[in-house]
Design a protein around this ligand. Structure first.
Ligand code: AMP
Length: 281
């Protein structure tokens, strides 16, 4: 496993590989868990070579958010990546990614200001910018991204399409703990009581799917029941939204393309989760 700490080193490594070998790429912010590692394994099974980046990108955090205390555990992450067969690990730093005089930002209009973008202004601008920079450096054939961050996938697919990139996104299924909680680096913030409460997200999605399976097709009805369930569990709702999975626009009537997206505070920790309401993911 080749570890590259500079942009130049990373560019040199990928450009000297055999050009007949396909390259998969998994961008992460580290504090790796099975969700991240499932992406690495999917990259390995779909591409000849796999690169992973670990970079806690400051520009996607708001001023009141958890950039400073975001979990970092580089040694453990590197051991996990070696075990899972990553070929390259890219570890850029802020001075290289955003040197003095840095001025260029990527904005995916419309999609960036709704849902998570509404509660986290500037978040998707930071994500789109850093991912485009990483794609320019690594030049992967496929980029492996988790549907856990469903809006992020749609924003980045739109960006790559609009900017005529050769890189395609490979959508990866959400990996969950055995009790249903979607794996997330932020789950580490939860106290034992909060960890128990956090189950309300996946349980609310399950309830939504069951309501639809039993014939309920009005979004409002599902949203009201979901609000009751989250409130009863002691979660604080940021949003509950039933949207078209391609456009992310709200839907009044549920159909094959409808996804239920949730963002809920458990204590001070903001968690997200989502699922399709009529299709298996
Ligand atoms: P992050 O380190 O949180 O930026 O996540 C890096 C990548 O891992 C993103 O594409 C996430 O969607 C993906 N990811 C995070 N958690 C999960 C999960 N539980 N299941 C699948 N993918 C995940």
């Amino acid at each position: 496993m080749k570890i590259c700490k500079t942009i130049k080193e990373m560019q040199a490594e990928v450009s000297k590989r055999d050009r007949n070998k396909t390259l998969g790429f998994v961008p992460t912010m580290g504090a790796l868990h099975e969700g991240h590692l499932s992406l690495v394994r999917l990259s390995k099974s779909n591409c000849d070579l796999s690169a992973v980046s670990i970079y806690v990108n400051p520009s996607q955090f708001g001023p009141q958010e958890d950039f400073g205390r975001y979990p970092r555990n580089l040694e453990r992450d590197l051991a996990l990546l070696a075990d899972n067969g990553a070929d390259y690990v890219f570890l850029p730093d802020n001075e290289q990614m955003y040197p003095a005089g840095y001025k260029t930002w990527v904005e995916v209009e419309g999609l960036s200001s709704i849902l998570c973008g509404n509660s986290r202004p500037g978040h998707f601008r930071g994500v789109a910018t850093v991912v485009l920079k990483l794609v320019q450096i690594v030049k992967p054939d496929l980029m492996f991204m988790g549907m856990k961050d469903f809006q992020q996938v749609v924003v980045l697919e739109t960006m790559l399409r609009d900017l005529n990139s050769d890189t395609q996104i490979f959508r990866c299924p959400i990996v969950r703990e055995s009790d249903g909680l979607a794996m997330s680096s932020r789950n580490m913030y939860l106290s034992p009581e909060e960890r128990a409460k956090a189950l309300c997200l996946s349980q609310t999605l399950d309830m939504g799917r069951q309501m639809v399976a039993s014939g309920k097709k009005r979004a409002e009805e599902v949203i009201l029941a979901a609000e009751d369930k989250i409130n009863a569990a002691g979660g604080k709702i940021d949003y509950i939204s039933l949207v078209n999975g391609s456009t992310l626009q709200p839907q009044d009537m549920i159909d094959q393309d409808t996804r239920m997206l949730l963002a809920v505070y458990i204590g001070n920790t903001r968690l997200i989760d989502n699922c399709s309401l009529m299709q298996s993911d």
